[in-house]
Design a protein around this ligand. Sequence first.
Ligand SMILES: [Zn+2]
Ligand SMILES: [Zn+2]
Length: 229
Amino acid sequence: MSKCMLCRLKNAYISNICKHCLEDLPWNRQYCNQCALPLPTINDQQDVCGQCLSSSPFFSTTRTAFCYQFPINRLITKFKDKQNPPMGKALGQLLAYSLSNDSSIQNNPPELIIPVPSHRKSINRRGYNPTQIIAKTLSNQLSIPSASNFISKRNHSEQQKALSASERLINLANVFSITKTGASSLPNYYRVAIVDDVVTTGATANTLSKLLLEAGVQDVIVWALARTP
Ligand SMILES: [Zn+2]
Ligand SMILES: [Zn+2]
């Protein structure tokens, strides 16, 4: 049995993390049902944040295992920027663990998982698409098929950071498109889960959700490792 990768003292329980450290992780326990924004309080009448109430996104629900905080932020950076695919698999297993304990997911599981596409250039630079590693892990653990050839990413969108919020949305809408395979297959799916690494504004997920709904999917949900506050 291997030692816990966080405390290096106790034996690992799930994903090379011991039971004690697992409990201490920043799990996203109270959140907006639609965008997974961590919320200080929740009442039964209103489980949606103000932002989602005033402008409802195209996806119906979002689930993230964690809040984007220490040490999860460090682990995600290791996975994405330090060429560490096994870390992605470990994080994906933690997300699968949290999703399999979620009764609303068990009652209404998606029939397909689609990772947020990366442009070929960034896949070549990194050697892999991070969201595809998460999607494959979820697919194995939850026994739901995944498809990475239904949506393509056209241009590099690294200049996103320099753009205003409204410019970003226009830029995003021009970046993704449904492939021929996607166009013929997607109408066969009722519910599809988009898989991302971190949900920040939800703009990417929203753009992809709109595309999937237009392609004939009835319900789009979002799964990610972590949500920023
Ligand atoms: Zn530990
Ligand atoms: Zn919300």
